[in-house]
Design a protein. Sequence first.
Length: 194
Amino acid sequence: MKSNSSYASLFLTFFKIGAFTFGGGWAMISIIEREIVDKHHWIERDDFLDLLAIAQSLPGILAVNIATAVGDKIRGGKGSIVASAGTILPSFLIILLIAIFLTPDMIKNNHVISSIFMGIRPCVVALIVAPVITSAKAAKLQWQTVWIPIVVAVMISLDMGTVSSPILYIVLGGLGGFLLWWRKVKHSKKGNDI
């Protein structure tokens, strides 16, 4: 982790991330990881995965939660404010300009703008899938544990509005991981007793 990174560098990095990513926090993850882990070397990849898990568990916008956690880890409380501001400001400015110059009817009836958004959609899907694969590799997801995210994904997709709390899925995922760990410990004790 670099302790000599400036507030300006932190702000500009997250401003760039906020300005050039579409599709929300999940689409930003691979870009954030490339910038803070690979390019600036502010934190290690394992630390990034831990921060990502914490950011997902907290209420609020994922990208802002990640920026806050990274800023705090690098430069403390002021760093978290600077990184969060850098992430939020581009979206705020873009929405402000759209609200000033474009009406909803102008956006719907403009074929160029509609085509741009149609082209962005598949890219957003790719930007969301890429960090999932990278995170699975970095988290050393194995065939024995791959069933946990699959079961959770199926439960989310089958959800008909009866259970919509992400807390339930987090608890069930943690419970599944605990049961797998407990089973391993139990089998290793049996092996030692023989």
